[in-house]
Design a protein. Structure first.
Length: 378
């Protein structure tokens, strides 16, 4: 059977920038994509994949902010035009409370801004003629009075009526109740994530034998195990917090693109690591978890690719800086790890080796970090 590769993009609002980073890596790897299916923001990114407009998608994501996507009532915006939240697209806690009030008062924020963006950047003609088969998921809004069950709607481009593509992408992306339901021909639709957060089975049913699935909400309560699995399934998801799904922050967007890019490289064996990213074969298997833990404990930059040497240099810089600081809750954990490792290093070798396995007051993450310091730094 000829291999057919599908890229499946999950929902997650503002976290969708992560999927752009994954796409960037797949393009670098010259990965041929035959099909793309998506839910919510995944349906938007999937449309850009079908169009093969990576540069446009990346530039749009890097410029987008919350007010470009959601019709936020003026009372839910910061009143200071020079505030950080207005400049970056982020939202202060006090602004968020007003924003939530608007959701309840107006039964969800409006999405005219998002609709306009889609009609400007998503080209239905391109997608219909694309060699990449495009599909999306939405859900029919249930009538609670009639006790209707939430009904999933899974459509490929050849099943979507001409001229309705933008409408169905809007329907897939309407994160009810935070966003208003979207009406098409008298029927109201809501976010596809309610019925299929990462539509793998949809791709398999259309013939995908290999699926690259991107998960933005790994703990979403609506995510279900796939009933149909491909011959090969590659899951890509971040161990880091990707941020608020409704707040589009330009700085976080750039971070997410890079995290997606690095995680995709690790998924295909081009780099090593879990939270952090290391050069391929830079570290032995038994060193990897220790290296990942020490980088996490000392809060190294997760957007870098570390070699063995650059990792050790970064840790030494952190240790040197710590020695110049006084204890505080912010650096207490790092100081405990550093002090414990230094104390153990002063002991005779036999005692030192025994204490490498000491469980005492340190947790697994700190224990691994201490081991790395003892084996490679001190």
């Amino acid at each position: 059977m000829e291999q057919k590769t599908a890229l499946v993009l999950g929902g997650g609002g503002a976290r969708g920038a992560y999927e752009i980073g994954v796409w960037k890596s797949l393009r670098e790897q010259k990965m041929e994509i035959h099909m793309v299916t998506g839910t919510s923001v995944g349906s938007i990114n999937g449309a850009m994949v079908a169009q093969d407009d990576y540069e446009l998608a990346e530039s749009l994501w890097k410029e987008i902010d919350t007010e470009m996507v959601l019709d936020i009532h003026p009372q839910a915006k910061s009143q200071d035009p020079e505030s950080d939240s207005r400049k970056s697209g982020a939202m202060k806690p006090e602004d968020a409370l007003l924003y939530l009030k608007e959701i309840f008062v107006h039964k969800g924020v409006g999405t005219q801004g998002l609709n306009q963006l889609l009609r400007k950047y998503v080209e239905e003609v391109k997608i219909r003629s694309s060699p990449v088969l495009y599909g999306l998921v939405t859900a029919k809004m249930p009538n609670l009075k009639e006790k209707q069950v939430l009904e999933g709607v899974r459509l490929f481009i050849d099943e979507i009526p001409e001229g309705k593509l933008h409408d169905f992408i809007m329907a897939s992306s309407s994160f009810f109740p935070a966003m208003q339901a979207y009406e098409i021909d008298g029927t109201q639709y809501i976010d596809g994530g309610y019925v299929d957060q990462v539509p793998v089975s949809m791709a398999v049913e259309r013939g995908a034998t290999r699926v690259i699935a991107v998960e933005l909400n790994p703990e979403n309560p609506f995510h279900k195990k796939e009933t149909k699995k491909p011959q090969e399934l590659i899951w890509i998801k971040s161990l880091w917090d990707l941020g608020n799904i409704l707040v589009f922050d330009k700085q976080n967007t750039r971070r997410l693109i890079e995290l997606g890019y690095l995680d995709a490289r690790k998924a295909f064996g081009l780099n090593q690591g879990e939270y952090y990213t290391f050069e391929k074969e830079a570290l032995l298997e038994e060193e990897l978890k220790q290296a990942d833990s020490v980088a996490k404990v000392f809060e190294l930059d997760p957007l870098r690719i570390y070699s063995r040497q650059s990792l050790q240099e970064a840790i030494k810089e952190q240790l040197q800086a710590l020695k110049m600081k006084k204890w505080s809750p912010e650096v207490g954990g790092k100081m405990l790890v550093m002090a414990t490792a230094e104390k153990i290093m002063q002991l005779p070798k036999e005692s030192r080796d025994a204490l490498k396995e000491y469980k005492g007051v340190v947790l697994m993450e700190e224990k691994r970090a201490i081991k790395y310091l003892l084996n490679h730094i001190l």
